[in-house]
Each structure stands twice: as structure tokens, then as C-alpha cells.
Design a protein around this ligand. Structure first.
Ligand code: ATP
Length: 488
């Protein structure tokens, strides 16, 4: 059976991946904490993204900008005036919804019922209304489509209004308009305002990119679907600065590169798709989402946007500081250097938490297995996380078969010889079967059993998570064997 989101949520909590925030106080909506295995998995995902961006591309460098920024940043970026979602309340249930999401859910309903044309038409119409900021039109669409409140099953809706998603707070001791600042709703602006600092200090030549991983905050209207939509989350963004006129090629290239990356990370091609935006954000010339098929349907995990020179020219205007780049390369058409221009930007933006959720959904499996021989043979179901070894929180668990005869000491000796290379655990408690089960549940690719023979010939049994096959090998081979498997 397909696993549901509820299965994933409870597994994530029970086995130390994700906890509701401040749970002893009944939690805080749309905020979550990562547990002991969750933080390792998330760090691994972030590190692989970072390496794919900065280490594997000579022309991409990283930064780590502050969450707080000068408030004018958000005027210039368009967020103060335009970063809002259309909100609607149901008068019976007193529940609040995103008007666009209600329509999108309806479209998904049509699509699931096989009427793709009707679904597409509805989305195109929604996109048109939102682009024109026709909120009355969106309300009418909800009425025409006979969309009912999911809770009270009524159509008793208020008007649609815009709701700004930015959190604000005060800096310093004096409260007032001048000291109001925002928690960044995206990491991208920290990159744009540092464009010239980075370009000059890193002696970067266009085309080049700046990558960043960091927290972002959005006062999302509806909190649902676990860590898919949070109020505090992490983004991994890369802004790639290009010569105007070349953005189309770079957009295509990054689109393909990013999709291949998700496949390499273990998301199967059949569960990934591109989705072109019907409605373009205020900054965008072209935009596409990479969607993954979650248990609740195909949803965005990453956005790739061709932003033109919108951001840099806006910051140039508001800061009165030129954001020009001088391009020495010779234009074959004129025989002269391309000269001064404001670069265009192609960005890739992926949510670390959404990638985490996709990874967890993909890895979580329940399978029927047969164990034992002859009369002792039995079938049972086994739950496990088939995580790519490169992202697994623990790479190997070392088990002394019994808690005596020097086996625990031998296990610790192996642990000490490998702990600089990999995250490992030593487990002595419980039967070996129980210990295997526990490691399967957190996605550990290898279990290393230490038995009496180990004391004689320095060999161990390595048990593989997915196949449950066991291989006998010298302790001396473990580093290379595990190292090979966990490299990416
Ligand atoms: P959505 O339409 O789902 O709200 P978005 O189009 O607003 O997302 P972007 O602004 O393009 O998202 O942000 C880039 C990425 O950041 C998204 O692809 C997603 O992975 C992540 N992201 C955005 N909002 C959230 C959130 N509230 N919680 C978790 N991740 C998010």
C-alpha cells in the first residue's frame, strides 16, 4: 500500500527526524524542530546542494547574509507592496483559506477525475485573475465552481483580500516606523544587495553565480501538509548573473541541471515533472517549478526563475548606487567590448525542508519479507527508510553479538578506528534482529556484526539494509567499502 502523509509524520516523530515545535505547549502551527536523525539528514542534503553548486562549478561562489536587512531592501524588491496571498474566510466554519489554493485544489480534483483540459483551463483563468489583481473575479470563480468550505461544506465566503506574508519586528529600544524591520521572506535579496561586493572581491566574471543557504520566514495563511509549508523554513538559492540576451540558454541549462540533480539524489524521474507558471511573479520573465509527487499529489520543491534585471535595477534606483558590470569580452557583431550593463539573473531556489520531505516520502517503504527456514519460516512486514547512503544520518551501526567475551570492546575498537570517517553508532542492547530493525527505520545502510570469529580472524559480517544480505569481510576493508557506498 502507498504510504500516506500521516505515516510519514508519525514515523518522523517517533524515530527522531521531525518534532512539532514547542510540543509540550501543544505546538506552534507550521513550525517544526528537527531531531537527532533529522538534523543529520538535513545537513547532508544541504551539504550536497552546496557542493553541487560551489565546488562543482568554478563560477559559483557562496555567501551567508544576515536574516535582518535594511527595510528599504523590501520596498525595492517589491515585497512590501506585493508579497501577499489572496485570503478568504468561510463565515460558517470561521476558517481562513488561500483563495488561490481553493481553486487549485478544485483543478486537482478535475485532473484526478481525468479531466485535464478543464483543470488546465481553470488554472489559466486563475492565473489571469491574479495577474490582474482581480480579487472580485477570484471570488466569482470560487462561486462559479461551487467550491465549498472543506470543513463546513458551505459556500458562505467573505470577499477575497490580499494579506502580506512578511513578519516584522523592531530594532533597537525605540519603537516606531523607522525602526521596523522584516524577517527576510527569501534569501535572494541578501545576494542581490551583495552583488558588487562579491563580484569585486571574488574577481568574478559574468556569467557567475552566488549561492546561499539560510532561513526564511513567511506568515503563511494556511499551515498544512507538515513541513511542506512552514512559517520558518530554509532555502537554498543560487542567483546566476548573465549577459542580457543569454538568459534563455542559461534558464534552459539550469532547468535541466537541477532536474538531473534531484534524480541523482534518488527522486525517480517518474515522480518529477516541470510545471510552467501560469501566473508570473512581479519580477519574473519566465518561471518553472520542479514538482515531486508527494503522497498528497505533485507539488513544487524548487523554482527556476528568469528574473531579468528587475532586482539589480530596483536596488540601483532605491540605493542610488550603480549596479553595473563592465564586460571586457568582445562582441563579435561590433568588434568592441560588451561594456557596461546591469546583468540579468536566472535563479534556482529550493526549499531544504521540502527536499527533506520529498526524500523522506521517497525513502519510506513498507515491504513484506520472508524470514527463517522450514518450519520457522514466517512472513512479516518491514518498515524501512531506503535513503541514499550519502544522505543517511548514520552510515553504519556496529553490533557486538553478545555483551561479553570481549565483543563490546572489539566493537568499540572498530568504532574508534572509523569515527573520524563516518557517523557511526555502537549498539549493544536487544537481540540482533531488533537492532537491525531499528537501524532500518532510521535508514542506516550498513550494520556491522562483531562475533567470536572476529576475535580470531578480524573479520566482521556486514548486513545490507535494502537486500538484508550479509557479507563477511576483514575489518581493514570497512573504511573503503563504506566510503565507496556513501560517496556521491
Ligand atoms: P508556494 O507556491 O508553494 O508557496 P513559492 O512559489 O512561493 O511556493 P518560492 O518563493 O519560489 O516559493 O520559494 C522557493 C522555494 O522555497 C520553494 O520551491 C519551496 O521549496 C520553498 N518554500 C517556499 N515557501 C515555503 C514554506 N512556507 N515552507 C517551506 N518551504 C517553502
Amino acid at each position: 500500500a502507498e504510504s500516506t502523509l500521516a505515516d510519514i509524520v508519525s514515523h518522523a516523530k517517533e524515530y527522531g527526524f521531525v518534532f512539532p515545535s514547542s510540543e509540550i505547549y501543544d505546538g506552534l502551527a507550521a513550525v517544526y524542530d528537527y531531531g537527532p536523525y533529522g538534523v543529520e539528514l538535513k545537513n547532508n542534503l544541504k551539504q550536497l546542494w552546496w557542493r553541487a553548486m560551489t565546488q562543482l562549478n568554478q563560477n559559483v561562489v557562496g555567501i551567508d547574509a544576515a536574516i535582518f536587512m535594511h527595510p528599504t531592501t523590501w520596498k525595492a524588491s517589491g515585497h512590501v507592496d506585493g508579497f501577499s496571498d489572496p485570503l478568504i474566510d468561510n463565515l460558517d466554519s470561521k476558517k481562513r483559506y488561500r483563495a488561490d489554493v481553493l481553486v487549485e485544489d478544485k483543478a486537482a480534483e478535475y485532473e484526478n477525475a481525468g479531466d485535464k483540459a478543464r483543470a488546465d483551463a481553470l488554472l489559466v483563468e486563475l492565473g489571469r485573475l491574479l495577474t490582474e489583481n482581480d480579487l472580485a473575479g477570484v471570488k466569482q470563480l470560487i462561486l462559479d465552481e461551487k467550491i465549498l468550505c472543506p470543513i463546513s461544506k458551505t459556500a458562505n465566503w467573505t470577499e477575497v483580500r490580499q494579506f502580506n506574508l512578511m513578519f516584522s519586528t523592531q530594532v533597537g529600544a525605540v519603537a516606531g516606523d523607522s525602526s521596523q524591520i522584516y524577517l527576510r521572506p527569501e534569501t535572494a535579496q541578501g545576494i542581490f544587495v551583495n552583488f558588487l561586493n562579491v563580484q569585486k572581491s571574488a574577481r568574478a566574471k559574468v556569467p557567475f553565480g552566488i549561492a546561499q543557504i539560510g532561513k526564511a520566514f513567511r506568515n503563511e495563511i494556511v499551515a498544512r501538509q507538515f513541513i511542506f509549508r512552514m512559517r520558518e523554513f530554509e532555502q537554498m538559492e543560487m542567483q546566476f548573473f548573465v549577459r542580457p540576451g543569454t538568459e534563455g540558454e542559461w534558464y534552459q541549462q539550469w532547468k535541466e541541471t537541477r532536474r538531473r540533480w534531484h534524480e541523482a539524489m534518488g527522486l525517480p524521474a517518474a515522480k518529477l515533472r516541470f510545471h510552467d507558471h501560469e501566473k508570473l511573479a512581479h519580477y519574473a520573465k519566465a518561471a518553472v517549478d520542479i514538482e515531486y509527487e508527494f503522497p498528497f499529489g505533485f507539488k513544487e520543491i524548487e523554482g527556476i526563475h528568469s528574473r531579468g534585471d528587475f532586482d539589480l535595477t530596483q536596488h540601483q534606483q532605491y540605493s542610488r548606487k550603480k549596479q553595473n558590470y563592465f564586460d571586457n569580452d568582445v562582441n563579435p557583431e561590433t568588434g568592441k567590448p560588451y561594456g557596461n550593463y546591469v546583468p540579468y539573473v536566472v535563479e534556482t531556489s529550493v526549499g531544504a525542508d521540502r527536499l527533506f520531505l520529498a526524500t523522506l516520502c521517497q525513502a519510506f517503504q513498507e515491504e513484506t519479507i520472508t524470514e527463517g527456514e522450514g518450519e520457522k519460516q514466517q512472513t512479516k512486514t518491514r518498515k524501512l527508510l531506503k535513503l541514499h547512503p550519502a544522505v543517511a544520518p548514520i552510515k553504519a551501526a556496529i553490533f557486538p553479538l553478545v555483551k561479553k567475551d570481549g565483543l563490546p570492546e572489539k566493537a568499540n575498537e572498530i568504532y574508534n578506528s572509523l569515527r573520524h570517517d563516518f557517523p557511526l553508532v555502537v549498539e549493544e542492547k536487544d537481540s540482533i534482529g531488533t537492532r537491525y530493525t531499528r537501524q532500518d527505520l532510521i535508514g542506516t545502510p550498513f550494520c556491522v556484526a562483531v562475533d567470536h570469529q572476529t576475535l580470531e580472524d578480524n573479520t566482521v559480517t556486514v548486513r545490507h539494509r535494502d537486500s538484508r544480505e550479509q557479507t563477511r569481510m576483514p575489518i581493514a576493508d570497512l573504511r573503503a567499502y563504506i566510503g565507496e557506498a556513501v560517496s556521491f
